[in-house]
Write a protein that binds this ligand. Structure first.
Ligand SMILES: [Mn+2]
Length: 226
């Protein structure tokens, strides 16, 4: 369905920002020739060739997306957090995982996963081995979530307020927590909005649309084929 979105609705926009966990797993840019990945890369390329400016920041699953992927797709890899200034408004974009400080096991993994030496050592392994490692990491993560009342850790409130302060009280947009919502924060007496993105599934996706005046959720449904 994302491919339909990329070929359809997304083309009405001038810019598209993807805030991480775009892929369930990414084991290295050499895996671009995998059939599933190649189709997505080609679709991104077609959209960017048609004039859509696409930017992407890393999530915790696709942290290995690199320059090879970006060049092939015609997209721009941006840092997390990323300040997005439009003529009318300022936003700060992030995957969101960096503020989930209460999940100490995850934060330890995150630090490791973002370490360039660790990444290089992983990328040096054969593809089949990396694929097995990714599957194993997924299993460990799912096993850790089972049995928990709420399997998803939310952002740590104090750290989030500090983050909003550090980023000039810009409207904060992130994903990761699987809890789509719009939150109102009062930081130093200033009202700041925090928008949490929804997950994408085969049957339904969602994006936030900025039209220069308001930010709105837009539900994306699969196109019916005649
Ligand atoms: Mn995530």
């Amino acid at each position: 369905m994302f491919l339909q979105f990329l070929a359809g609705r997304a083309r009405q926009a001038t810019e598209l920002y993807i805030l991480g966990d775009f892929f369930e797993a990414w084991i290295g840019d050499d895996d671009i020739d995998d059939a599933y990945n190649a189709e997505i890369v080609a679709a991104l390329r077609a959209a960017s060739d048609a004039g859509l400016k696409i930017s992407l920041l890393h999530g915790n699953r696709d942290f290995l997306l690199g320059d090879g992927f970006a060049a092939a797709s015609g997209i721009k890899l941006i840092s997390d957090p990323y300040i997005l200034s439009t003529p009318e408004w300022q936003f700060v974009l992030s995957h969101g995982d960096a503020l989930c400080l209460d999940d100490t096991a995850y934060m330890a993994f995150r630090e490791q996963a973002r370490n360039p030496q660790w990444q290089a050592a992983l990328l040096a392994k054969p593809r089949a081995e990396r694929r097995a490692i990714a599957a194993h990491m997924r299993e460990v993560s799912e096993a850790g979530q089972r049995g928990k009342e709420n399997p998803y850790t939310d952002l740590q409130p104090t750290a989030t307020d500090d983050f909003l302060r550090q980023h000039g009280y810009a409207t904060f947009i992130h994903g990761h927590t699987h809890q789509p919502a719009r939150h109102d924060h009062i930081v130093d007496g200033i009202h700041v909005e925090r928008w949490v993105l929804a997950d994408w599934h085969e049957a339904c996706g969602e994006c936030l649309v900025w039209d220069g005046e308001t930010l709105q959720r837009e539900v994306i449904l699969p196109e019916k084929r005649a």
